[in-house]
Design a protein around this ligand. Structure first.
Ligand code: 26Q
Length: 821
């Protein structure tokens, strides 16, 4: 029998019995033979029972209530581990801990055995995971759709400071959270040709694909806070329609007999890293179409079992996470027109009213486009549909008396300059009724840059939905010490309504006793991180030092180099005057570089070279340490973020669409040093600029300088002794004596072509860092600001973001009243 959401969950004794039952009947072990992984599995399965009960209820409830459904299409879901997430949302975390303790098993040990589901690159994938949790919490009837990659994002291994990529194997020991639904499968076609049938007045197009693969559903339940609701994350695995071509096998062609199967299986084999070389492209397009087609077939089938097609926009909202699923525009048109006989104009109306698109980047090189030749070969019918959409779109503009050639070129779906390509951003824009950016600044810049012309034509479509993060994972689970303090001072209700209740912390910021308690809480988190650093890297950290943290993908625009220049300048300043009472600092870096991104890999090597040199220099007497932690992932973030004093959010203004770790750090009461970029702008409004260290050029200033072509920094460098000496040391091989010229070209680039304004912002950054030290020397001031950061971070809850999507884009009403979210 299932339990209502508001009733207490199972007691310790019953839960213990359930674990033992799973141990025996699911893993085939008993207490004496069980290894730690068996205990993990038994505990996960015991938790899963509770989720399944609620899952059935939730599904029935949605069916009965005829709610509109939301489908979140994303090539990435960066979930991390689920054991604590699920137990915590079930209200069974303490129960499980106690039950295992009774059985002589350490919960902390077994939770570590769960591999991270790393089905994403970074921010975009993690946002999708936070959204799934928030939608379940708020009672939005949602499905996530994506790919069940056999291998998630690569495991980063550092050898002599260089990044190496190792295959990630999260499914090696099975995945207790997923259910294979072999009976839920669809055929997805590729290649072949399109035939016209019927007479002129009533002609129809029939696509005859060459290859077909099957998409098999794997479902993972996503449970909301306090077991409110359970949604489904449905990930597709590709499989050949025929495993073995027996005739070829029997004829002696043993490899050829399975070649087709290998090719089909490869579609869901591995997640693409965030930047790719030309070579990988065809498989990427196959991935995109594969999951989009399976998802649309699935959701249309569900819709049609209840309602007619003309009600699609009333009952279904489909959100495209970036352009990666943008082929959905053409696929939905194909399904409606070719498979369901809907008339073209009506199909277009349904498509636009159902789809909406989130943009996550302004970087021109990151906007997807596909060669027309590749599309014609792989998806010939979709290419026809895209041409038709384009023709109608251009005709409609001419009908509105718009003939400006430049404008028509800019808004076309086909890019004509670089060897004819399909612009997926424009396709997603035209096929959607809503296009949103992910922070106020980013949305403004979208209107002015990437979608300038389309925005002019459809001024109502672009809107902003500033990102958020789920507090269940990023506060309650990641930082139990802070959560304990909050509950102690503000009461249990803070857990159910943090967006309102966290504010009550403001008063506590004024109390010195509380500030001390707060400091002690941080100290404990820092000690935990220091233990990990000691264990992994053998480096001793002084937990009284400022923990100054920059953890994120390595990218030039995120400016890890600016931070590294600060490390070097600080190093030189301390060496020049070692007796001064310096503020002790630990610089912590972590992050992965795309395998093909040489410059980013060189930055990792530089960080490691600088770390080695500084950490081994006895004149510093430990006043500065630099660490680069390998293999940054969600689980490592959960340890690092609660231990941070200072959060580095220093991207070149105008380039970071939003950022989301910036919000996690502030929620955990780190102070931010950052530029006015992405969501930092809104953070400064919510939190108060005086509780952050904002520095550097604004997006407008960056833009002006770029347009003026002022990227040679030689003059500026000549005028800044500190910058000059830092650059000289790196260029001269101080940190790379084994290869003195290793960084010569890198430094040369900064000097003469400072695309990311690293040199241009250096002095301002240095000054802001001095201010950091000044604050740190005044603990009352520092900790007051820290507490206020947490108190005012409520708005950055992904519950708020999802409520905005629900109200403005999806037109659905969450079933939970806001104060309970
Ligand atoms: C594209 C083509 C081929 C292969 C891979 C890709 C690819 C994959 C992932 C391109 C981009 C991504 C990921 C982008 C991303 O994470 N963007 C971030 O999204 C966050 C959530 O909105 C923002 O907070 C960040 O500012 C933004 O950088």
């Amino acid at each position: 029998m299932s339990q209502p959401a508001d009733q207490p969950s199972e007691g310790v004794e019953a839960f213990r019995a359930r674990i033992l039952d799973k141990l025996k009947y699911a893993t085939g072990k008993d207490i004496t033979s069980a290894c730690p992984h068996d205990w993990f599995e038994a505990t996960a399965l015991a938790a899963r029972d509770h989720i399944i009960d609620r899952w059935e209820d939730a599904a029935l409830q949605i069916d009965r209530s005829e709610e509109k459904r939301v489908y979140y299409l994303s090539l990435e879901f960066l979930i991390g581990r689920l054991l604590v997430d699920n137990l915590s949302n079930l209200g069974l975390l303490d129960t499980a801990r106690a039950a295992l303790h009774d059985l002589g098993v350490d919960f902390e040990e077994i939770r570590e055995l769960e591999p991270d589901a790393a089905l994403g690159n970074g921010g975009l994938g993690r946002l999708a995971a936070c959204f799934m949790e928030s939608m379940a919490t708020l009672g939005v009837a949602a499905h996530g759709y994506g790919i069940r990659y056999e291998h998630g994002l690569f495991r980063q291994v550092l050898i002599d400071g260089w990044q190496h990529e190792h295959t990630e194997t999260w499914l090696e020991f099975g995945n207790p959270w997923e259910f294979e639904r072999s009976e839920v499968s669809y055929t997805v076609g590729f290649g072949g040709s399109v035939m016209s049938t019927g007479d002129n007045g009533n002609s129809r197009q029939v696509w005859l694909p060459n290859d077909t693969v099957r998409a098999i559903a794997y479902d993972t339940p996503i449970i909301g806070w306090r077991r409110h609701s359970v949604n489904t994350l449905r990930l597709w695995r590709s499989r050949a329609e025929r495993y073995l071509q027996l005739e070829r096998f029997n004829a002696g062609d043993h490899l050829g007999a399975v070649a087709e199967a290998v090719k089909a299986d490869s579609i869901s084999r591995v997640l693409y890293p965030a930047d790719v070389t030309e070579a990988g492209q065809e498989l990427r397009l196959r991935q995109e179409y594969f999951f989009v087609s399976a998802s649309l077939q699935d959701l249309l089938g569900r819709h049609l079992s209840h309602y007619p097609l003309e009600r699609l926009p009333d009952m279904v909202a489909i959100q495209l996470n970036d352009t990666h699923p943008a082929i959905a525009v053409a696929e939905l048109m194909r399904l409606l027109v070719d498979e369901h006989d809907v008339e073209w104009a009506e199909a277009w109306r349904l498509t636009v009213a159902t789809l909406s698109y989130t943009n996550h980047t302004l970087l021109p090189e990151a906007l997807e486009s596909w060669p027309v030749s590749l599309m014609e070969r792989l998806l010939p019918r979709h290419m026809q549909i895209i041409y038709l959409i384009n023709a109608e779109h251009i005709d409609a503009l001419r009908a509105r008396d718009i003939h400006d050639f430049g404008l028509l070129r800019a808004v076309s779906l086909i890019e004509e300059d670089q060897g004819r390509r399909v612009r997926m951003g424009n396709l997603a824009f035209l096929g959607s009724h809503s296009i949103n950016g992910v922070s106020a600044l980013h949305t403004d810049l979208m209107r002015q840059t990437v979608f300038r012309e389309l925005h002019g034509l459809y001024p109502e479509r672009i809107n902003n939905k500033t990102n958020g993060v789920t507090f269940r994972r990023w506060l309650y689970q990641a930082n139990p010490a802070l959560t304990g303090l909050l509950v102690e001072r503000l009461g249990e209700s803070v857990l159910d309504a943090p967006e309102q209740r966290l504010r009550d912390l403001e008063a506590w910021a004024e109390k010195s006793g509380f500030r001390k308690q707060f400091m002690a809480m941080r100290q404990g988190n820092k000690a935990a991180l220091a233990r990990l650093v000691k264990e992994w890297l053998g480096i001793n950290l002084d937990t009284r030092a400022i923990f100054d943290v920059q953890v994120k993908r390595i990218h030039e625009y995120k400016r890890q180099l600016l931070n590294l220049l600060h490390c070097v300048a600080l190093y030189q300043a301390i060496r020049n005057d070692p007796t001064v009472d310096w503020v002790p600092r630990v610089k912590i870096f972590a992050g992965k570089a795309a395998a093909s991104y040489y410059q980013a890999k060189l930055i990792i090597k530089l960080a490691n070279d600088i770390a080695r040199t500084i950490n081994n220099d006895p004149t510093l007497r430990g006043q500065l340490k630099v660490v680069f932690l390998p293999n940054y992932n969600v689980s490592l973030a959960e340890i690092i973020i609660p231990a941070a004093d200072l959060s580095e959010q220093i991207s070149t203004a105008g380039m970071e669409a939003s950022g989301t770790s910036n919000m996690k750090f502030a929620l955990n009461a780190a102070l931010t040093i950052g530029t006015l970029d992405g969501a930092n702008v809104e953070m400064s409004e919510q939190i108060g600029r005086e509780h952050m260290f904002i520095f550097g050029m604004t997006a407008d200033e960056v833009n002006l300088r770029r347009h003026a072509g002022e990227l040679d920094m030689s003059g500026l460098i000549a005028g800044s002794e500190r910058l000059r000496e830092a650059l000289e040391a790196i260029r001269g091989g101080v940190f790379s004596p084994d290869e003195p010229h290793r960084y010569a070209a890198l430094i040369q680039g900064l000097q003469h072509q400072d695309t990311f304004m690293v040199c241009a912002d250096f002095d301002a950054y240095w000054a802001a860092q001095l201010q950091v030290e000044e604050y740190w020397r005044q603990p009352d001031r520092w900790w007051r600001s820290a507490i206020l950061n947490c108190a005012r971070a409520g708005w950055f809850s992904s519950d708020r973001t999802i409520r905005e999507y629900a109200a403005d884009i999806w037109k659905v009403s969450p079933s939970l009243p806001p104060e309970q979210g």
